[in-house]
Design a protein around this ligand. Structure first.
Ligand code: TA6
Length: 267
């Protein structure tokens, strides 16, 4: 599998051309910030388990005609450019454009570009451009797997009093206080308009989303964790997904030639 590896003065990153999939991000002197399953596939056509899978042009089963989380995560992107902004900041751009294969799955012409900025902050900008003569609707997510010391130590702040769709019960609920994990969690938060904070024993991570008002929080816990592909049964202890999204009601409609950018800044 073709991979882009960047090492600058403050951080390192690894990105697979398949899915423009960032599967490693580490600041110098720190543990990796992204979790990668040590039993993940690295095979074309199979999604990498961990890092930042790109769910596009549909999140989850928002579009039943498409595979779970769409097709971008197993599609091969092209490397557009790598720019050294300064010794501590590098920008990498990758692109996916419609093809015979994608038009068979999803009958629209598009450009999908991921621009990644690597410094002591990781910034991801996912830009969709409608190259078709008709409008189209997407849902999407930067499905980030954060590495944690132990899921029992994790608190997520910034979503208090936010409504969410509980994907386990399909019920609409309201968040009360911080999120802690004592069982499976699979929620799509809505009206998200402020930063989300991941507090772990030795690290605090801030996530700022733009072009988005929804965020997904997920941990499969024991039972589902033991059935997940590409991860060991106890892997659920080592990660939490906090996903920068346009999911469910937060869908995006693009007219011909229109663009939308989903941006996540992680620091
Ligand atoms: O984002 C949460 C979620 O939709 C969960 O329901 C779970 O299925 C997870 O994504 C992983 O999905 P995957 O298709 O990568 O196995």
């Amino acid at each position: 599998m073709e991979i882009i590896e960047i090492n600058n003065a403050v951080a390192s990153v690894k990105i697979a051309l398949q899915g423009a999939h960032i599967f490693h991000y580490q600041r110098k002197g720190e543990e990796p910030l992204l979790w990668l399953s040590d039993t993940s596939d690295f095979e074309y056509g199979k999604a990498i388990r961990g890092g930042v899978p790109i769910c596009w042009p549909s999140f989850g089963m928002n579009n039943p005609e498409l595979p779970q989380h769409g097709f971008a995560r197993t599609a091969k992107f092209v490397h557009v450019e790598t720019k050294e902004i300064d010794e501590s900041t590098t920008e990498v751009t990758l692109k996916l454009t419609h093809s015979k294969e994608t038009l068979l799955i999803w009958a629209y012409q598009f450009d999908l570009e991921l621009k990644v900025s690597i410094s002591d902050t990781l910034t991801m900008e996912l830009k969709t451009t409608n190259k078709d003569s008709r409008s189209f609707t997407i849902t999407q997510a930067l499905h980030t797997y954060f590495s944690v010391s132990d899921i029992l130590h994790v608190e997520i702040k910034g979503l208090d009093k936010k409504p969410y769709l509980d994907a386990l019960t399909n019920k609409q609920c309201l968040q009360n206080g911080d999120i802690v994990f004592r069982n499976e969690v699979d929620r799509v938060y809505q009206e998200v308009d402020s930063e989300i904070v991941l507090k772990d024993k030795n690290r605090t991570v801030n996530i700022k989303n733009e072009g988005s008002s929804s965020a997904v929080v997920w941990n499969p816990w024991i039972e589902k964790g033991s059935r997940m592909s590409g991860m060991k049964a106890d892997a659920y202890k080592q990660f939490v997904c906090i996903e920068s999204a346009n999911a469910f009601e937060d869908f995006v409609v693009l007219e011909p030639n229109e663009s939308h950018t989903l941006k996540a800044t992680i620091y």
